[in-house]
Design a protein around this ligand. Structure first.
Ligand code: ADP
Ligand code: MG
Length: 434
C-alpha cells in the first residue's frame, strides 16, 4: 500500500503582476505557475522537468513559501503551509530544505564553510558551538569532504565540492524534504554523476523525499522515481520514470525525449520538430497550451488532412489570427523582382508566398479544406483580415484549441493532459457546414 503523501500540492498558482507607470497599475500577469498538483511520498524523488521559463523555479519557491503563492494549497505532513504564521513557517523550514543551481552564490564568502553549514543549527536554537562543529564535521565527511575543511573558505573549493557543501547544509537539520532546483546543471557531466550518486546514497540513509528540478531529461531519468513534465506553468504529464520514458503519452513529452542527445544516428532522425517558440506565460494559448506547437494537434474531423499538412495550415491560420500585414508580403515580392511596384504584385503571387512561408502546399489534399483555405486567403489578400479570420477560424479550430485538457490516467499508467490520450472526449463537435 502506498504511504500517505509527505507533500500534497493542489492547484498551486503563482502569478506575477505586470505593472505600468508610477502608480504601478496592473496591466497583466505572468502566469509563471498556473495550477499544478502532485504528491510526494516519504523517501520518494519526484522530478520536475521542462524547458527554461516553464515555471520550475517558481514552483519550487512557491511550494516552500519562499514566494507567497497566488492560489492553491501546499499540504505538508497534514498541514497547509499556506496558512502558517511565522512560527509555523520556521518549524516547516527545519523539515523542508532547498538546494540551488549556483553553488557560488549560495555561500557567504566571508564565512568559513563550517560556519555556513552550521548556520541553520544556530538559527534553530542549537547554542553549543562544539556540538555544532561535531555535527558539521561528521556531515562534511559524509558528503565526501574532510572534517578539516570546516575552517576553509568557499573560494577554496571547486563547483562540485561547493555542491557537496550545499548538500551538507541542506541535510544538517535532518529534514524530510529537499527541493533541489537544478542542483547539478552548472557542473561538468562527470561531476554531475558524482553529486547524483552522493544524493541518492544520502537520500536512502536519511529517508529523504526530494523534489528534483532539472531541464535535463537524462539527469531526471537517472535520479527520479516519478517525473512531472511542465509546459507554460502547467504539468502536462506525470508518471513513474520508466513509464514516462518508455511510453510517453503527451506529444510534448515525446518531443522532449526525442531531443535528448544520442550517439545513435538512427535515433537522431526521430527527433520531433516543434513549430514556433514558447508563447508568453502572460498570455498563454487557449485550450491546450501546447496546441500552437504540437506536432500531433488534432485535425478538424470534417477534413481528411495529413498531420504535417494540418500543422502547417494551423501555423498559417494562427499567424493570421495574430494579424498579418499583406503589404509587407507585397513589398517583399517587389524586392524579389516579382513586380515593379506593390500594387502590381498579383494576388495569386501573394497567396503563393504566404503558403510557401508556412510550408502549406499550393493545393491541400482535401478538396473541401482547400476551398475554405483558399477563400480565407483570398479575403486576406483582398484586405479583409476579419473575413479571413472568420472563415479560417470556423473551419480550422479543433478541441485542442477550445478545451483545456486535464490530467487523466491512461492504460499505460501515465497521466497526460492531452485530448489525444483521452478517447472519451468528443474529438470535434458535429460539423457545422452543409
Ligand atoms: P524555470 O525555472 O522553469 O526556467 P521560472 O520559474 O524561473 O522558470 O520562470 C517562469 C516564468 O516566470 C518566466 O516567464 C519568468 O520570466 C517569469 N518570472 C519568474 N520570476 C519572476 C518575477 N519575480 N517577476 C516576474 N516574472 C517572473
Ligand atoms: Mg529555473
Amino acid at each position: 500500500m502506498p504511504s500517505d503523501p509527505l507533500l500534497s500540492v493542489r492547484d498551486l498558482k503563482k502569478h506575477y503582476p505586470i505593472t505600468q507607470g508610477v502608480l504601478k497599475k496592473e496591466v497583466g500577469r505572468v502566469k509563471a505557475v498556473d495550477g499544478i498538483s502532485f504528491d510526494v511520498t516519504p523517501g520518494e524523488t519526484l522530478g520536475i522537468v521542462g524547458e527554461s521559463g516553464c515555471g520550475k523555479s517558481t514552483a519550487a519557491a512557491s511550494l516552500l513559501r519562499l514566494e507567497d503563492p497566488t492560489g492553491g494549497a501546499v499540504v505538508f505532513d497534514g498541514d497547509d503551509i499556506t496558512d502558517y504564521d511565522d512560527a509555523g513557517l520556521k518549524r516547516f523550514r527545519r523539515r523542508a530544505q532547498m538546494m540551488f543551481q549556483d553553488p557560488s552564490s549560495s555561500f557567504d564568502p566571508r564565512m568559513s564553510v563550517g560556519e555556513s553549514v552550521a548556520e541553520p543549527l544556530a538559527i534553530h536554537g542549537m547554542r553549543d558551538r562544539r556540538r555544532r562543529r561535531r555535527i558539521v564535521e561528521n556531515l562534511l565527511e559524509r558528503v565526501g569532504l574532510s572534517a578539516s575543511d570546516f575552517d576553509r573558505y568557499p573560494h577554496e573549493f571547486s563547483g562540485g565540492q561547493k555542491q557537496r557543501i550545499a548538500l551538507a547544509r541542506a541535510l544538517v537539520l535532518n529534514p524530510d524534504l529537499v527541493v533541489a532546483d537544478e542542483p547539478v546543471s552548472a557542473l561538468d557531466v562527470s561531476i554531475q554523476a558524482e553529486i547524483i550518486s552522493l544524493m541518492r546514497g544520502l537520500q536512502a540513509e536519511f529517508g529523504l523525499a526530494i523534489v528534483f528540478i532539472s531541464h535535463d531529461l537524462s539527469v531526471v531519468r537517472e535520479v527520479c522515481d516519478r517525473v512531472a513534465v511542465m509546459y507554460l506553468g502547467e504539468i502536462v504529464e506525470i508518471a513513474e520514470t520508466e513509464t514516462l520514458f518508455d511510453d510517453p503519452q503527451h506529444p510534448y513529452t515525446r518531443a522532449l525525449i526525442s531531443s535528448i542527445p544520442t550517439p545513435d544516428p538512427a535515433r537522431r532522425d526521430e527527433r520531433v520538430e516543434l513549430s514556433g517558440d514558447v508563447p508568453s506565460p502572460s498570455n498563454p494559448p487557449s485550450g491546450c497550451r501546447f496546441h500552437t506547437r504540437c506536432p500531433e494537434v488534432i485535425p478538424p474531423e470534417q477534413f481528411d488532412l495529413e498531420q504535417r499538412e494540418w500543422r502547417h495550415v494551423l501555423d498559417l491560420r494562427l499567424r493570421i489570427d495574430k494579424g498579418i500585414d499583406v503589404d509587407d508580403v507585397r513589398a517583399f515580392l517587389v524586392a524579389e523582382d516579382v513586380a515593379d511596384a506593390p500594387e502590381a504584385v498579383p494576388d495569386a503571387a501573394v497567396e503563393r508566398e504566404l503558403r510557401r512561408e508556412f510550408d502549406v502546399p499550393d493545393a491541400l489534399s482535401d478538396r473541401a479544406a482547400e476551398e475554405t483555405l483558399s477563400s480565407g486567403l483570398s479575403a486576406l489578400v483582398a484586405g479583409d483580415l476579419e473575413q479571413a479570420r472568420r472563415t479560417l477560424d470556423e473551419a480550422f479550430t479543433t478541441v485542442c484549441e477550445r478545451e483545456h485538457p486535464e490530467l487523466e490516467r491512461t492504460a499505460s499508467g501515465s497521466e497526460p493532459a492531452c485530448h489525444l490520450a483521452t478517447e472519451s472526449v468528443a474529438i470535434d463537435p458535429p460539423a457545422n457546414h452543409d
